[in-house]
Design a protein around this ligand. Structure first.
Ligand code: BYC
Length: 344
């Protein structure tokens, strides 16, 4: 006897099913929203499988992918100096640092992947010029002293910005930041040490260090993003415990940190308005050139085109390596599905 076909219940008609599913989805979203709110209020971590609002996911992908791209493009100014570093020791230290930056990019791409955006998609966005990356990397590193200024000022700004991100509400981002920050603090010391050596060398070396600081000071302060009243994302990101402090608060923290460090280096910071404000308990500093900042972010900085062209060329040149690796992995999987699974 053939099994009886179950009678179609009223609720199984397509429109009823849709209504039923929509109600269930709305209920899931309501419960998910409450759980999400509770995690944020209790300052706990949100994990990839937790329900999260679409805009929370979107802003995380926006910030994390932009951060990852910054690490990848950020290899270029210093990578350019590996073959010209003044000693074998300096060369190997710089090589390790640049390699660390590549690693940071990879941790961050992995964190963004847990939000459902594939690595290929992010690479493609960078390749086509759609993605943003930090404005600072569109400035040239002209001299060996610039490598010191990048380490001291750029990595210094990065640490100031990223230490609070270790407590970002999204688990994979916060955990990636812990490791990144440990490595960044070595990078900053490496930069400091280069500048210290130069500023205690010959007059020409000291001048080279001063020139580098003069050129990188303003753009490093702009790494923290636009002033608070022109920062559309800060408020919501802070409400979601992604960012813990506003752009201006972190910029001030950085200025307060580098003034005594510059004195110890025997170098000056190129800002005549820089002075201690007893009442505020902070250093006052002069206006930054925000027209220049927005122009760089829009793609019109000194090296935007060159940085992107170099990235594209490297990606194109490396296509055969990726194809060969994929073909090898497929061959291994065919020969031994189990070992391929284990090595995946
Ligand atoms: N450059 O509302 P806002 C490193 C964009 S690499 C370019 O304040 P948010 C290293 C911003 O994205 C470390 N764009 O945004 C590597 C937004 O545009 P969208 C890099 C910038 O997200 C190698 C718009 O302006 N660090 O250390 O709340 C060698 C409005 O801004 C910039 C990170 O990426 C900028 N400087 O705050 C050496 C840290 N600033 O997205 C060293 C992670 C702003 O709406 N990122 N914009 O189209 C963050 O902490 C935040 O995303 C920011 C901006 C503080 C940068």
């Amino acid at each position: 006897m053939s099994p009886e076909k179950p009678a179609l219940r009223a609720v199984d008609s397509p429109s009823e099913t849709t209504t039923h599913e929509a109600q269930a989805a709305a209920e899931d979203a309501r419960v998910g929203w409450e759980q999400f709110q509770q995690l944020i209020e209790e300052d706990q971590r949100v994990e990839p499988r937790d329900w999260m609002p679409q805009n929370y996911r979107k802003t995380l992908v926006r910030q994390i992918s932009q951060h990852a791209h910054s690490e990848i493009i950020g290899m270029q100014p210093e990578g350019n100096w590996i073959s010209r570093a003044p000693s074998l020791k300096r060369k190997s230290v710089l090589m390790a640092k640049v390699q660390d930056e590549a690693g940071h990019g990879l941790y961050l791409y992995s964190a963004a992947e847990t939000l459902g955006t594939s690595r290929d998609e992010m690479y493609q966005q960078l390749y086509t010029g759609k993605a943003k990356y930090s404005s600072i990397f569109n400035y040239p590193a002209r001299t060996w002293a610039d490598v010191g200024a990048v380490g001291w000022l750029v990595d210094g700004a990065a640490i100031t910005n990223q230490v609070p991100l270790c407590r970002a509400s999204f688990g994979p981002y916060g955990r990636a930041m812990v490791r990144v920050c440990k490595e960044e603090s070595f990078h900053q010391r490496q930069g400091w040490e280069i500048l210290y050596t130069l500023s205690h060398g010959t007059e020409a070396q000291k001048q080279m260090a001063q020139d580098a600081v003069d050129r990188f000071y303003g753009p490093a302060l702009q790494m923290f993003g636009p002033p608070d009243d022109e920062s559309p994302n800060s408020q919501q990101s802070m409400a979601w415990n992604i960012k813990r402090f506003s752009n201006d608060v972190l910029r001030q923290r950085f200025v307060d940190m580098i003034v005594p460090q510059a004195e110890a280096l025997g170098l000056t910071l190129p800002d005549p308005d820089l002075k201690w404000n007893e009442e505020r308990g902070h250093y006052d500093y002069g206006d930054l050139d925000w027209d220049e900042f927005f122009s760089v972010v829009k793609g019109n900085g000194p090296l935007n085109h060159q940085r992107l062209a170099h990235y594209r060329a490297a990606r194109d040149d490396g296509a055969w390596v990726r194809e060969a690796a994929a073909a090898y992995a497929a061959k291994q999987a065919e020969a031994s599905p189990r070992s391929a699974l284990l090595s995946a």
